[in-house]
Write a protein that binds this ligand. Structure first.
Ligand code: FE2
Length: 300
């Protein structure tokens, strides 16, 4: 008897870039790690992005941030700003903040947002023509044993979408490791195969099943919107820097109102302006901003 096979259609981009193994890992684990040499992003570009992010962080906060030492002055944030810890009832000092709306800040970030390797894997999950930007955020994280608290901030990104979910991703995310990810250094955590549960994390099970994603700087983590993920606290001096370029199906509300608020004069300054415009949804019909259907007129 012929064995049934699971058929997965692969795009020409996935095949041309040789990403078949990563597609398989996404299907099985809900997450894959693309090594630096397969992303098409050179180490000097990763260094340039790191340097730029430290400049952005300094401008926002007003103190220096150094890769090996961390912030050059003690920083404090309200614990109630750590939404994941609030949910679990934990008390502690968050040691992380986000630099948001990155694509409006520098071309380096715009080029990363349309990286062909990341995009091919994201489009495999969401759909080629349906994929749009949701948000572009950098995580600036330093030493602190509290992190996200005892639940490791475990969540899945498409949690706001009502259930039941199907197998297709409604959102999907990328995480660029700009510094080495090890458990001690505050790596991302995830539960392999959790996207197939098609529900938000259950506790304490999720914490017990979570594993660190250990990968060198320059690696690209790609994951399904239903994959349970969070992060371990950084127990060592210095910074963990990363960028989350988050994508959505075009019928899902974006996190950032890129279509209406992104400074459009910046778009031509990137490696593929046409692709950037498509993913930003500038030409999308919905939501309507004016009467679009014909209206009847009096006949005289
Ligand atoms: Fe997330």
């Amino acid at each position: 008897m012929e064995r049934p096979t699971l058929e997965t259609r692969l795009s020409s981009e996935v095949q041309e870039l040789g990403l078949e193994d990563f597609v398989l890992q996404l299907e099985v684990d809900g997450l894959c790690v693309v090594p630096p040499e397969k992303t098409g992003v050179q180490p000097e570009t990763i260094k340039g992005i790191r340097d730029q992010l430290l400049v952005e962080a300094e401008q926002i906060v007003g103190c220096g941030f150094h890769l090996e030492e961390g912030p050059d002055t003690p920083l404090t944030m309200s614990a109630d700003e750590n939404v994941f810890a609030v949910f679990s009832g934990d008390q502690g000092e968050p040691t992380q903040f986000l630099v948001q709306q990155l694509c409006a800040r520098d071309r380096l970030f715009r080029d990363l947002a349309i990286n062909p390797t990341g995009l091919a894997l994201i489009r495999h999950m969401i759909g080629r023509n349906a994929t749009r930007f949701s948000s572009h955020n950098a995580f600036i994280k330093w030493q602190g044993e509290f992190g996200y608290g005892r639940n490791l901030g475990l969540h899945c990104d498409q949690m706001a979408v009502p259930r039941p979910w199907g197998r297709n991703a409604l959102t999907a995310n990328t995480n660029w490791c700009l510094t080495d990810y090890t458990r001690e250094d505050g790596a991302m955590a995830y539960v392999p195969g959790s996207h197939r549960r098609m529900e938000p994390p259950r506790f304490p099970e999720a914490v017990e099943l979570a594993v660190p994603i250990e990968a060198p700087a320059g690696s690209l983590i790609v994951f399904h919107g239903a994959t349970w993920h969070g992060a371990f606290p950084r127990m060592t001096p210095g910074m963990r820097l990363s960028i989350a370029n988050y994508f959505r199906h075009y019928m899902i509300l974006p996190q950032d109102d890129i279509k209406n608020l992104f400074p459009q004069d910046l778009v031509d300054d990137c490696s593929d302006p046409g692709l950037f415009k498509l993913l930003a949804g500038f030409a999308d019909e919905f939501p309507y901003t004016q009467q679009t259907e014909r209206i009847p007129r009096f006949v005289s």
